[in-house]
Design a binder for this molecule. Sequence first.
Ligand SMILES: Cc1cc2nc3c(=O)[nH]c(=O)nc-3n(C[C@H](O)[C@H](O)[C@H](O)COP(=O)(O)O)c2cc1C
Length: 393
Amino acid sequence: MRLRLATAGESHGPGVVAVLDGVPHGLRVEREAIDRDLRRRQGGYGRGGRMKIEHDEVEVLAGLRGGVTLGSPLALLVRNRDFDNWRDVMDPFAPPTGERAKAITRPRPGHVDLAGALKLGLGDARDALERSSARSTAARVAAGAVCKALLAACRIELFGHVASIGDVFAMQHDFVDGKEADFAALRETTEASEVRCADPSASQQMVDAVKQAQRDGDSLGGVVEVVAWGVPPGLGSHAEWSERLDGRLALALMSIQAIKGVEVGAGFAAAHKRGSQVHDPIGHDGRRFVRPTNRAGGIEGGLTNGAPVVARAAMKPIPTLARPLPSVDLVSKQPFDAQKERTDSCAVPAAAVVAEAAVAFVLADALLDKMGGDTMREVLDRLAAYEAQLAAR
Ligand SMILES: Cc1cc2nc3c(=O)[nH]c(=O)nc-3n(C[C@H](O)[C@H](O)[C@H](O)COP(=O)(O)O)c2cc1C
């Protein structure tokens, strides 16, 4: 595994940071491409007031010169504008003065508050939740945009979209090889949707469902799907559990805040069907191997098989509720309603962008495992040689 990504940053601290190591020398990276993805993450119907404060933009601190990677670690900073409102609590050096006002003493069910307070021995969960917060996904998205640039240079494209919110389901699509123009069109529709959904009529119903949840003081989850096409066969590993591509995708997706299930291809539904209904027949069109269906989601035996990679992630509803669930005070143990914080009521559209970044990281990493070199020239030469070898079969 060639790429390493570390993130740092508290939700209301000065900013979030991604350090991405292992990107070869010579990759062109546009600032606008990173900022566009940061804006996409901020959007979507159902986000709370925080996203009106933040206007995320990347500052590149290292690894880039003249818009081209140096082969050294990239350090990407996204500042938190909200830090200005939290200096009395979150200043890195000055002792907190507004601490009591911002203390989290009545833990929110579903959030890190109780488990984090127990782990760190605290009566105020603030220290745990500041880092656990999904604000850190901005760092993952910034790094993901670099991974997407690397993949695009190798003609691999991907996008994340919303498959369901609450009990509203978008029309499902078969992402089979040879339908790339359709995927590009779906991506366009997705970008135009308020909830990042490729099905316009479901989009409207999803917005209505979120509005209703907001009126009820409640929150909603959903399922996001990421589709990548142009992925060559043979990425990942059949040989070692920790390098199997489906396992790596599962870690990358499951580690996103509030994601509680991951599927590749037919996923859980495959468990209830017969083998003959699940596995994708193999053909040959005289030029290359073809698969009329893609229930495997582009991965067999831990390896990409040349079909589009399709992965889904299930997001639970947001834990912070305007009408809170019962909780107890961490110190007095007396019953109270759980604490309220400014919150999203639905962040499924944003999660689709984070999931896209997570999948981009895994695919870029697996691509470099197979084609890697010090420079993008070497990567592209090795990819071309591999494609020639595949074409000659
Ligand atoms: C993009 C995104 C935005 C989120 N926004 C919120 C939010 O505003 N309020 C909240 O309580 N949880 C939000 N969450 C979910 C929490 O971060 C998450 O549930 C919490 O950190 C506990 O982690 P867990 O759900 O993975 O166990 C968001 C998650 C994502 C991916």
